[in-house]
Ligand binder design. Structure first.
Ligand code: PGA
Length: 246
C-alpha cells in the first residue's frame, strides 16, 4: 500500500504576522523540490493569512486544535468549521501539550475528530507515552488505549492521520531508537486494523525532536509515513531539509 509521505509543521504558539507569512512563503517556495506532501499548522490568529500566502502552492494549512461544537457559547474556542473557513484542510488534535495544559481526554479528542470530519478537515490524532510509562514497559498498551479512545468510528485514510509522539521526545532533543519507533508504529497500525477498514492506507507520522540530521533514519522505517515537526518547522530550510530526507 503506497502512502504519500506527509511532513507537517506544528508551529505551536509561535509567529506574528510578518514572520509567519514569510515562513509560509519560504516553505511554499521550496515545495516543488520535494516529493512529500507538506502541511504547516500556524497559530489560529495566522491561519487565514498563512493560507492566503500558500494559495496556489502545494503546501496545505492546518489548525492546531478545534472545539467539538460548530458554534456557540464557548469563549476563546475555535470550531473546525472556523478553521476550514480560514483555509485549513487539516487539524492537529490531542497533542500532548493540549492533553497536559488543557486536560484533554481521549473522549474529548474523539469528539474533536468527529467535528473535524463534519467540517471536511482531515484529523491528525496525536498519541504517545510519557517517560514513566515507557520505563514501566507500558508504551504499547498506552498507545492502544489512546487509539481506541481517540479515533471515532467511521475512520478512513483520507481523513485520519495518526501522529506518534513520545511525550519525552517532544522538544527535548531525545528520540527513541529506530527499533522502538518501528515497534510503536507497527503496533499502531495493527490496532488501527481492528478499528477500521483500510488501516494499511492510514499515514502514521513520527513526532518528537525530528530534525534534518535524524529525519532520514526515522523516515526510512517501514511504517513511518511522515513527520510532525515542532521546533524544526520554524525554519523553512530545516523543514524543507526534513521533507527532502523523506
Ligand atoms: P518538536 O515537537 O519537533 O519540537 O519535538 C514536535 C511536536 O510537538 O509536534
Amino acid at each position: 500500500m503506497a502512502r504519500r509521505t506527509l511532513i507537517a509543521g506544528n508551529w505551536k504558539m509561535n509567529g506574528l504576522g510578518a514572520d509567519g507569512v514569510a515562513l509560509a512563503r519560504d516553505v511554499a517556495a521550496g515545495a516543488s523540490k520535494v516529493a512529500a506532501e507538506l502541511l504547516v499548522c500556524p497559530p489560529a490568529t495566522l491561519l487565514a493569512r498563512v493560507a492566503a500566502a500558500l494559495a496556489g502552492s502545494a503546501v496545505a494549512a492546518g489548525g492546531q486544535d478545534c472545539h467539538g461544537k460548530a458554534s456557540g457559547a464557548h469563549t476563546g474556542d475555535v470550531s473546525a468549521e472556523m478553521l476550514a473557513d480560514a483555509g485549513a484542510s487539516y487539524v492537529i488534535l490531542g497533542h500532548s501539550e493540549r492533553r497536559t495544559d488543557h486536560g484533554e481526554s481521549d473522549a474529548m479528542v474523539r469528539a474533536k475528530a468527529e467535528a473535524a470530519w463534519r467540517a471536511g478537515l482531515a484529523a491528525i490524532v496525536c498519541i504517545g507515552e510519557t517517560l514513566a510509562e515507557r520505563e514501566a514497559g507500558r508504551t504499547l498498551g498506552v498507545l492502544e488505549t489512546q487509539l481506541k479512545g481517540s479515533v471515532p468510528a467511521g475512520a478512513s485514510a483520507a481523513r485520519l492521520v495518526i501522529a506518534y509522539e513520545p511525550v519525552w521526545a517532544i522538544g527535548t532533543g531525545k528520540t527513541p531508537t529506530t527499533a522502538e519507533v518501528d515497534a510503536a508504529h507497527r503496533h499502531i497500525r495493527s490496532v488501527l486494523g481492528g478499528l477500521m477498514s483500510g488501516a494499511d492506507a492510514v499515514r502514521i507520522l513520527y513526532g518528537g525532536s525530528m530534525k534534518p540530521s535524524n529525519a532520514g533514519e526515522l523516515l526510512a522505517i517501514a511504517d513511518v509515513d511522515g513527520g510532525l515537526i515542532g521546533g524544526a518547522s520554524l525554519k523553512a530550510a530545516d523543514f524543507l531539509a526534513i521533507a527532502a530526507a523523506a
